[in-house]
Design a binder for this molecule. Structure first.
Ligand SMILES: NC(=O)c1ccc[n+]([C@@H]2O[C@H](COP(=O)([O-])OP(=O)(O)OC[C@H]3O[C@@H](n4cnc5c(N)ncnc54)[C@H](OP(=O)(O)O)[C@@H]3O)[C@@H](O)[C@H]2O)c1
Length: 255
């Protein structure tokens, strides 16, 4: 870096190999950020890097299981080693559980959703706070990926709905506990962004009274643009909660 040149801001995006995470990581890279891309599988992360063009020189891909404390520690250590600080964490990685009645779920199916959607957000947040409170200038921003399911369940979605409600609790605690360190925390609640996770909606998914219906989706690029908008806010300003959804999806009203 030459003197007078501004170092780029640094972000970590979990689940950056597909869907919302990939679109957001690419948008942050286009916006000048240095980005650490995390996810369990290297191949999709490398495909994201391949779509970044020359900005890939400001990106690293780190195979990470967000539910595993050692793996999460390694991700944050590698990011610090590569880029020297951390300005934005996008806690995006998430999984659903099979859409079966909750009494038929296995313990393992329940636990996977808790490990990724809730414990994963907690472990990454812990690491981010430790870096952000110790760096100069102090502070940073954490953006949690919630869901419409953080407000209202779909049928047969207990693990997903419960963990996404838990994410709301973490967002509120992080917002409060982060204040003293200049750490802002937001939650973005998506409804029907077009990704692999919502592909089944094209064929029809179960509605509250048991019927099946095709649901509208919207372009994931609008989520990515929202993430960049929130990331670029000055730290004295926060989008605390934001819902971005397909306009005509069944949520408001009674379906
Ligand atoms: N699309 C929507 O409309 C919508 C609506 C509400 C909420 N969301 C939330 O948005 C987030 C992204 O969803 P998406 O729609 O983009 O779905 P997606 O394409 O299935 O993305 C999920 C990502 O999470 C990663 N992941 C899963 N388990 C992980 C683990 N243990 N450690 C690290 N990474 C892990 C996956 O990569 P690997 O498999 O390689 O690990 C994948 O890249 C999720 O939190 C989801 O709940 C999406």
């Amino acid at each position: 870096m030459t003197s007078g040149e501004q170092a780029s801001k640094v972000a970590i995006v979990t689940g950056a190999g597909t869907g919302i995470g990939r679109a957001s990581a690419l948008a942050l890279l286009r916006g000048g950020y240095s980005v650490a891309l995390a996810g369990r599988r290297m191949e999709p992360l490398e495909q994201t890097l391949g779509q970044a063009g020359s900005a890939a020189s400001r990106a690293i891909a780190v195979s990470t299981d967000v539910g595993d404390p050692a793996s999460v520690r390694a991700l944050f250590a590698k990011t610090l080693e590569s880029f020297g600080r951390l300005d934005v964490l996008f806690n995006n990685a998430g999984v659903g559980a099979p859409p079966v009645p909750m009494e038929d779920l296995t313990y393992e199916q329940w636990k996977l959703a808790v490990d990724v959607n809730l414990t994963g957000v907690f472990l990454c947040t812990q690491q981010a706070i430790q870096i952000m409170k110790s760096q100069d200038p102090m502070g940073g921003r954490i953006i949690n990926n919630g869901s419409i399911s953080a407000h209202a369940p779909r049928p047969n979605s207990a693990p997903y709905t419960a963990t996404k409600h838990g994410v709301t609790g973490l967002t509120k605690s992080t917002s409060l506990d982060g204040r003293r360190y200049n750490i802002a925390c937001s939650q973005i609640d998506n409804g029907n962004a077009a990704t692999e996770m919502t592909d089944p909606m094209e064929a029809g998914i179960m509605q509250p009274h048991g019927s099946m219906a095709v649901e509208p989706r919207f372009d994931v690029k609008h989520v990515a643009e929202t993430i960049v908008y929130i990331a670029n806010l000055p730290l004295d300003t926060n989008v605390q909660f934001m819902t971005i959804m397909a306009t005509k999806m069944p949520f408001i009203g009674r379906g």
